[in-house]
Design a protein around this ligand. Structure first.
Ligand SMILES: Cc1cc2nc3c(=O)[nH]c(=O)nc-3n(C[C@H](O)[C@H](O)[C@H](O)COP(=O)(O)OP(=O)(O)OC[C@H]3O[C@@H](n4cnc5c(N)ncnc54)[C@H](O)[C@@H]3O)c2cc1C
Length: 547
């Protein structure tokens, strides 16, 4: 391999983890090349909500929240599953706040804390150390014209067009908005048109991309990495495809794998996922490339089978492409309930989306499987909440929604036993009247109440389903992205399958690794928070080693 112009560090993937690693490493004096498979920069992070969960960050007090290292660690430990490495949780708590400070002070990145109101609460508020707001951070409005002639290289999410401040959604509890005769949203993806102002994930990656350009990071798009090159014990470079031709690139300090998850590799999903994953919001190019390249040079795998669960609902077909979106608010509104194909409830419908994902059951074995599943609601819900009324833009019932004047007929159309469904609804209506969900405790914890309707009494999460017509829409198993992959230590070094020791020159961050709070989704932004923090740790460690 030619070595004269070789960088110190190669980063594979220009998403949240990759951009953060490259930015910090460059600002710390390393020569970095980012190799990105697609023609645009930002990965799934560009398509995301852009929340970055950093407990005990320096902004929490701005929204009246107090936090501490001890509380943050207690909460992450209480959340994390058996497969989590405790050293990762410590790393997140210790390095996360420093990552925010570094990006703000040295790279010009701006973060704003989420307010302490409504649905900004940590996802398992019943656990010690949980907080309401402050820990998730977001980006301000980003104008893509700041990128100059590079603007076209940013992946933009049309849904992230700046129409309103996304934080107002929480502060003003807009999920409870009443239907309005003169407005229905357009659910289809569409395109961003000539929009230049974006919020959410596009604003985050816009900021990171701009900072990378200013710092002089070399980012080559349309350059998929095909393999890692190992000489002796050490990973020394990568095999890439450039202009359709295979070539090699070496790096003095090593290679960082930041290729995201494997949602769009059906074979890996079949083999690795323990639960069904019908729809994922990850970009189509995330196919587990980094996982497989790592395995090929001897990496250990960990945390597989899990995903950043988020049940999905269909949102219509646009230009022949089925759009799906996460289900969160609609499950929490009064006058909604969920049933499986036996006509039975199987979950607290209001629970956070990660925990909701688990209730669908496993792919194999003797455990009950709660899919297919349906979200049911009635006319009361449609009259009260725009989020339900908008399922039928212009009053037209889409083909993915079933409407009927009776529960028995609805059951027949869903191929569910009518008596079972009617009994479930009757029992649920009893809970709604008494205010106590004896089966699944919906409305008993602060998360449920934050997403419920305070005007709904006696329980803000429970309303009867008794006014025709009745509606049913399928709820699919889904996720924002898969997680788990190359096993890393608390410095992001990939560990070898043979002896558990770090493979010299090989690092990983984000959804292609297990670096994070495995087995839990502690709060809004936990995926980006972990990806960016591990990217920061890797860059800082390598720069320190050079100092
Ligand atoms: C609708 C939606 C909302 C979300 N909201 C949030 C939120 O608010 N907060 C949060 O924390 N998370 C959120 N997420 C999840 C979050 O976006 C992802 O978990 C996060 O982007 C993962 O970062 P990453 O760097 O690991 O992967 P990605 O951001 O996906 O980046 C991976 C990059 O690697 C590239 N790549 C893949 N293979 C190769 C290869 N062989 N060679 C070169 N490049 C390659 C890909 O093209 C991509 O650009 C959301 C996701 C979606 C879709």
């Amino acid at each position: 391999m030619a070595r004269t112009q070789d960088p110190d560090l190669i980063v594979i993937g220009a998403g949240a983890a990759g951009l953060t690693t490259a930015l910090v490493a460059t600002l710390r004096g390393l020569r970095v090349t980012v190799l990105e498979k697609t023609s645009v920069i930002g990965g799934t992070a560009s398509m995301s909500g852009g929340g970055v969960y950093i407990p005990n960050n320096r902004h929490v007090s701005e929204v009246g929240v107090t936090d501490s290292r001890e509380e943050a660690l207690a909460y992450l430990r209480a959340c994390a599953g058996a497969g989590a490495d405790d050293s990762h949780l410590v790393a997140l708590v210790d390095a996360g706040p420093r990552m925010v400070e570094y990006l703000e002070d040295e790279a010009g990145i701006i973060f704003r804390p989420w307010p302490s109101v409504g649905g900004t609460i940590d996802y398992r508020p019943w656990l010690p150390g949980s907080k309401h707001g402050g820990r998730p951070l977001t980006s301000p409005r980003f104008d893509t014209r700041r990128l100059g002639d590079q603007a076209g290289r940013l992946r933009v999410n049309p849904r992230a067009r700046w129409v309103q401040d996304p934080l107002d959604y929480y502060a003003e509890r807009k999920h409870l908005m009443a239907p309005s005769a003169d407005y229905t949203p357009r659910f289809a993806t569409g395109d961003a048109g000539d929009a230049v102002e974006f919020g959410s994930g596009t604003a985050l990656t816009g900021q990171l991309f701009l900072a990378c350009l200013n710092a002089g990071v070399e980012i080559r798009s349309e350059t998929p990495v095909r393999r890692l090159i190992r000489e002796g014990d050490r990973v020394v470079g990568v095999g890439i495809e450039h202009d359709g031709r295979p070539t090699e690139l070496a790096a003095g300090l090593g290679v960082v794998v930041a290729t995201g998850g494997y949602s769009h590799n059906e074979e890996l999903k079949r083999l690795w996922m323990e639960r069904p994953l019908q729809y994922s919001n990850e970009i189509a190019e995330n196919q587990g490339d980094g996982h497989l390249m790592g395995v090929a040079v001897g990496s250990q795998l960990a945390g597989l089978g899990d995903a950043w669960w988020m049940p999905q609902v269909e949102m219509g077909v646009d230009n022949g492409i089925l759009n799906t979106g996460g289900s969160r608010e609609d499950r929490s509104l009064p006058h909604t309930m969920m049933v499986n194909s036996r006509g039975r409830r199987f979950m607290n419908e209001s629970v956070n989306y990660y925990d909701a994902g688990e209730t669908f059951g496993l792919k194999a074995g003797a455990t009950p499987r709660n899919y297919p599943a349906w979200l049911l609601f009635d006319q009361q819900g449609v009259e009260r909440y725009a989020l339900l009324a908008w399922k039928m833009p212009g009053g037209v019932v889409p083909d993915w929604l079933v409407r009927s004047d009776s529960l028995a007929d609805l059951a027949g159309r869903l191929k569910i036993d009518a008596d079972a469904l009617t009994a479930s609804v009757d029992r649920f209506n009893g809970f709604a009247r008494s205010g106590i969900d004896e089966d699944f405790h919906r409305g008993e914890d602060e998360w449920d109440r934050a997403w419920g309707d305070p005007a709904q009494l006696p329980n803000p999460s429970l309303g009867t389903l008794e006014k025709a017509p009745f509606y049913a829409m399928p709820v699919h198993t889904g996720a924002l992205a898969t997680r788990g992959g190359l096993r890393v230590d608390d410095r992001g070094r990939v560990l070898a399958a043979l002896d558990g020791e770090p493979i010299p020159g090989l690092f990983a961050a984000g959804n292609c690794s297990n670096g994070g709070p495995t087995g839990s989704y502690p709060g809004a932004g936990a995926t980006l928070g972990a990806a960016m923090t591990f990217g920061f740790i890797i860059a800082s460690t390598l720069a320190d080693s050079r100092a």
